[in-house]
Design a protein around this ligand. Structure first.
Ligand code: DOR
Ligand code: ZN
Length: 434
């Protein structure tokens, strides 16, 4: 198939490009990026007043399959991703079974092959059963194609065990993604510790529970020279620790999620369980530090931490409800609204944090609009506003922290390997598959 995208503002920091250009796709690839490509070829998309980005890469997504298909499946999760402009996701290992062996990774791979609508990469488990006790065989997982390992949802408490993890990871040259949390210090909390937990009469999760573990994880990785990626950074101290570690030359990267830069702990005062996640929404100082970290590059990536849950698990008392919010369909608009809108990042900065950097961290050949690259592309109407409403989610779950909010920026087209796989209702080509 031949597809010509005309007159869009092409944002491609990998090639230092931010200009109005045409892009010609043939088959799965980008063939030409230039001004005034002749339009006597195949299908044409008029991208005047639109922004063209490389397909987004979300490196923290819970697809829930196998095991909790009532929350999400690989099919529904990847369809939601496409609606959000995300063409590649890293599937986190919080599944039943978790990808901790040849058999369990093969199972995920077979479901991906049959049902995935976007590129899905697998994050293996660090420990068998994700139980934090016995290490999975990393060499075997790597051979099966996992791009990283994580026990997301919890941290490995034993320093000695974590030391072995980094040692093995260094030997296999695999990335370790850390959910850095000391559960003793989290104290069974459900919201940020401080004024919020006091006002709500709920147990609080201290920032200390996060940043002490961030510090430990980085220091252990650094001793060995292993690569470590800190997931869902939420507090100012973690940002400072990561900044210092980068200055020292540690091989550390990090991510945050839109709720940590767009919302504060005050948003949870109404006991809305759609604002309950782990780590929790933090204070204004923390949000300011996260934004600073995004702008100065301390925080490399924005990932959704898309964590779908059923209404039965969310629409209940605050303390009993599950931690986590969905984010695939709102993350780009949240970033445009909050970061581009407030001049914290420019468009190239958005592409770096949401496509180029995560692709580099994972070592995948995505994140750019270079000639010859796989044609994963998003076309965005940057000015259009929309309201987040329950009924419009493609995800199986509805637990979104931005429900009711007005956001700026609408994904009009998502193209995966040269094929239009999503077109919004506002286009004249409303279809999921060309
Ligand atoms: O809020 C969260 N939800 N944080 C996590 O670390 C895990 C996730 C989930 O799996 O639901
Ligand atoms: Zn986590």
């Amino acid at each position: 198939m031949t597809l010509l995208i005309k007159n869009g503002l092409v944002i491609d920091p990998a090639n230092n490009r931010s200009e109005i250009l045409d892009i010609l796709l043939i088959g799965k690839k980008i063939i030409k990026v230039a001004k005034g490509i002749g339009d006597d070829v195949g299908e044409i998309i008029d991208a005047r007043d639109r922004i063209i980005l490389p397909g987004l890469v979300d490196m923290h997504v819970h697809l829930r399959e196998p095991g909790r298909e009532d929350k999400e499946t690989i099919q529904t999760g990847t369809l939601a991703a496409l609606k959000g402009g995300i063409t590649s996701v890293l599937a986190m290992p919080n599944t039943f079974p978790p990808p901790d062996s040849v058999e369990s990774v093969s199972l995920v791979k077979s479901i991906i092959k049959k049902t995935a609508q976007a590129n899905v990469y697998i994050c293996g488990a660090i420990t068998k059963g994700r139980l934090g006790r016995e290490l999975a065989d990393i060499a075997v997982l790597k051979k099966e194609g996992v791009l990283a390992i994580s026990d997301d949802g919890s941290s490995i408490d034993s320093d000695a065990l974590m030391f072995s993890v980094f040692k093995n990871a260094k030997n296999e040259d695999i990335l370790v993604i850390c959910h850095s949390e000391d559960k003793v210090l989290s104290n069974s909390g459900v919201v940020n510790l401080g004024l919020t937990s006091t006002r709500m009469g709920l147990r609080g999760i201290s920032s200390e529970s996060e940043y002490k573990r961030v510090k430990r994880d980085i220091e252990l990785a650094e001793k060995i020279g292993a690569r470590v990626h800190i997931a869902h950074v939420s507090c100012k101290e973690s940002v400072a620790i990561i900044r210092e570690a980068k200055k020292r030359g540690a091989k550390v990267t990090s991510e945050t999620a839109p709720h940590y830069f767009a919302l504060t702990e005050e948003d949870v005062l109404g006991y809305d369980t759609n604002k309950k996640m782990n780590p929790p929404l933090r204070g204004r100082d923390d949000v300011a530090a996260i934004k600073q970290g995004l702008s100065d590059g301390t925080i490399d990536a924005i990932a959704s931490d898309h964590a779908p849950h059923t209404e039965n698990e969310k629409d209940i008392e605050f303390e009993r409800s599950e931690f986590g919010v969905i984010g695939l369909e709102t993350e780009l608009s949240a970033a445009i609204t909050e970061l581009v809108g407030n001049r914290i990042l420019d468009w190239a900065g958005i592409v770096r944090r949401m496509s180029l950097n995560p692709a580099k961290i994972l070592g995948i050949d995505r994140g750019t609009l270079s000639e010859g690259a796989v044609a994963d592309i998003v076309i965005v109407d940057p000015k259009k506003e929309w309201r987040v409403i329950k009924e419009e989610f493609v995800s199986k779950s509805r637990n979104c922290a931005f429900l009711g909010k007005k956001l700026k920026g609408v994904v009009e087209y998502t193209i995966c390997a040269g094929k239009v796989v999503y077109a919004s209702a506002s286009t004249d080509k409303e279809h999921y598959r060309a």
